[in-house]
Unconditional design. Structure first.
Length: 301
């Protein structure tokens, strides 16, 4: 049975704890890992000291655990949620005749993280989905061009839009999931009478972000997403129809203003293929469209 670990203890299981904390609490890199102070890796020496305790408390707080600095029945399964890891720690014989080994700090050989009986360096399996948190609020402004439908009735249309969305981001580096909920107001012209045609839309969107990205250039080239929406269409302030839609799209984003690790202003271009069903006319269309504009990320709302 695994023992409860707390400050002042020593042993191989303490070294396993330190290796797991180094894996879970990497240096902060918003929005993919939690914000916070710099996190230099713990020295995996098998000694449960104040630095190990502080890092453990941080892990417990991030995972809504009792932050008591103790690895017990509640913390252990969250910390080692993938599979058990083993850390080989250098142990030198003490200069006595008792035959008892003691832990001594040494730089003779680096520690090895691996499964029991395996000396190759591996890491614990990553969870399928990392913790997700509300990362930002966005205001988007831009324009769109919808081409003639591939399927169904309709015509080419141009609009300008203003949207607001809340974005929840998976807390990990590189490729990650994003969930956005928001609303959009758009203004266009009817294709026949050229009258103003405002519309209001609510939407939910799931994105696999940063499949292709260049971090040094703050450029995100391939982030495919799927969106569902409900839209009300007006003509001269009179409700004309309601529609539902499903779309697939990719967004290219360039973050050109950053404060620290936080994106503040970005430019984007989006390619979209959407199916829209008019609830009044009971007709559906499939049409490609292109959107471009600017994004302002804020915490004001």
């Amino acid at each position: 049975m695994d023992r409860t670990l707390s400050r002042g203890m020593e042993g191989q299981d303490v070294a396993e704890l330190q290796a797991a904390l180094n894996y879970h609490l990497r240096p902060p890199h918003p929005p993919h890992t939690p914000e916070g102070p710099e996190r230099p890796p713990l020295k995996v020496d098998g000694i449960f000291g104040p630095l190990t305790e502080a890092r453990l408390i941080e892990f417990q707080q991030l995972n809504d655990l009792d932050d008591d600095g103790v690895v017990g029945r509640e913390t252990r399964p969250v910390l080692f949620n993938a599979r058990k890891i083993t850390v080989k720690v250098p142990i030198n014989k003490a200069n006595d005749t008792s035959g008892v080994s003691s832990f001594q700090r040494t730089n003779a050989t680096p520690f090895v993280v691996g499964l029991p009986g395996n000396q190759t360096q591996v890491s614990p399996n990553k969870p399928l989905i990392a913790p997700v948190k509300l990362q930002n609020r966005q205001v988007q402004i831009g324009g769109s061009l919808t081409l003639e439908p591939i399927v169904g009735p309709g015509a080419q249309a141009k609009t300008v839009f203003l949207s607001v969305q809340w974005t929840w981001v998976e807390q990990k580096d590189g490729r990650h999931l994003e969930l956005a909920l928001g609303g959009q107001f758009a203004l266009g012209l009817t294709p026949d009478t050229k009258e103003l045609a405002p519309s209001a839309q609510s939407f939910a969107q799931v994105t696999i972000a940063d499949l292709v990205a260049f971090d040094k250039a703050n450029l995100h080239l391939f982030s495919p997403s799927a969106q569902v929406s409900y839209q009300s269409n007006f003509v001269q302030s009179i409700l004309k129809s309601n529609s539902v839609g499903v779309s697939a799209q990719n967004q290219v984003t360039w973050d050109f203003v950053k404060i620290g690790q936080h994106d503040v202003l970005s430019l984007f271009c989006q390619q979209q293929l959407a199916w829209t069903y008019d609830l009044a006319a009971r007709k559906g269309t499939v049409a490609p469209s292109f959107l471009a504009g600017a994004i302002w990320q804020t915490n004001f709302f």
